[in-house]
Design a protein around this ligand. Structure first.
Ligand code: HEM
Length: 309
């Protein structure tokens, strides 16, 4: 039988691969005769994807709000996909590590640059009416946003500013979790009362977050970075990629987000409450949150001015 060059070698490799698995390559090859061609719409699950928008009102701008959140969640998934490959390695090579963070930076950059879709791209009055149907749901409940934080840094760097630097890991995971910075969005620390937004979020995800935090204790991105020799090739490249990520994710994105909240919730002389019920003007500012994944990579002055540059 005439075969294209290289074909018999390919067939041999297929046979060997299946033999190693104890399977008959012949029946797999025969399957090619019967299988349907792959179509784009099946491969990317297009119809499922396009069926995932369920507005709660008839306002034409509500689907924009839903779809932009979904786009964001997909980009967060892409970020997690890259981070996972770094945290899974015992000793990631600096060149590999920085390639992954450069990818993450591309995604984080898209998130920040595209936020004008929210700020400029919806009708003010429509937004302020359809948002009334959304409480107590809030972006605060974005599970992937929290997963990224836990994968990037030590839990002690995610504490609120009142206890940061005063508590260490010996306090135990339960205590540290009560002091996470983002609980300030939904917890009155004087009365101990939590908003429904926060309660529901904790009920659904807190156990999983604590498990992940345990796994990441010695494996998060910061820990991986600290194992890398400062003299090694690509160290500086990696350092600047990580600084860029810290700044984009923890300063630039929060500022774009806050500016948008100000536009819809505190302009035209009316100050409105958030769907999640936080003291949002204070809480959302990066210099209040002081969320910094890699504090070791910033100077004292830069740390003091976090959120202002
Ligand atoms: C018109 C657009 C938006 C407005 C007015 C807005 C407003 C707010 C407000 C006021 C909060 C504080 C928590 C609360 O009390 O609800 C919040 C939190 C949050 N929102 Fe948005 N948001 C908008 C769009 C988005 C989008 C598109 C995302 C993408 C997923 C998002 C993700 C988040 C996250 C992750 C938090 C928690 C932030 C943190 O803990 O640092 N928001 N948002």
């Amino acid at each position: 039988m005439d075969m294209k060059p290289g074909m018999s070698e390919t067939l041999k490799q297929i046979e060997e691969k299946h033999a190693a698995l104890g399977q008959d390559a012949g029946s797999y090859l025969k399957g090619f005769l019967y299988s349907k061609p792959l179509a784009y719409w099946d491969y990317v699950q297009l119809e499922t994807l396009l069926s995932l928008q369920r507005p709660r009102t008839d306002y034409p701008d509500e689907p924009i709000f839903i779809m932009y959140h979904q786009v964001t969640e997909l980009l967060l998934k892409l970020i997690i996909h890259e981070l996972q490959q770094v945290v899974d390695l015992e000793c990631p090579h600096p060149a590999f590590f920085s390639t992954k963070i450069e990818r993450v930076n591309r995604y984080a950059g898209i998130l920040t640059q595209s936020f004008a879709v929210m700020r400029e791209g919806m009708d003010y009055d429509q937004y302020n009416e359809f948002r009334l149907t959304l409480a107590p749901a809030s972006g605060l409940q974005s599970m992937q946003f929290r997963v990224i934080e836990i994968m990037c840094t030590d839990i002690v760097h995610l504490l609120n500013h009142r206890v940061k630097g005063k508590l260490d890991e010996s306090a135990g995971m339960d205590k540290l979790f009560e002091e996470l910075y983002w609980k300030d969005a939904g917890l009155d620390r004087k009365t101990g009362k939590k908003t429904q937004t926060l309660q529901l979020f904790e009920e659904k995800y807190e156990t999983g977050f604590k498990k992940l935090a345990g796994e990441m204790k010695e494996n998060n991105l910061l820990k991986k970075f600290l194992t890398i020799e400062s003299k090694s090739e690509d160290y500086e490249k990696l350092k600047s990629a990580l600084r860029a990520f810290d700044h984009t994710y923890n300063v630039e994105w929060p500022l774009s987000h806050l500016k948008t909240a100000e536009h819809y919730l505190n302009s035209k002389g009316v100050m409105k409450g958030a769907t999640g019920g936080s003291e949002w003007q204070k809480y959302l500012h990066p210099s209040y949150q002081r969320r910094i994944f890699f504090p070791q990579l910033w100077t004292k002055e830069e740390l003091e001015n976090w959120g202002k540059f």
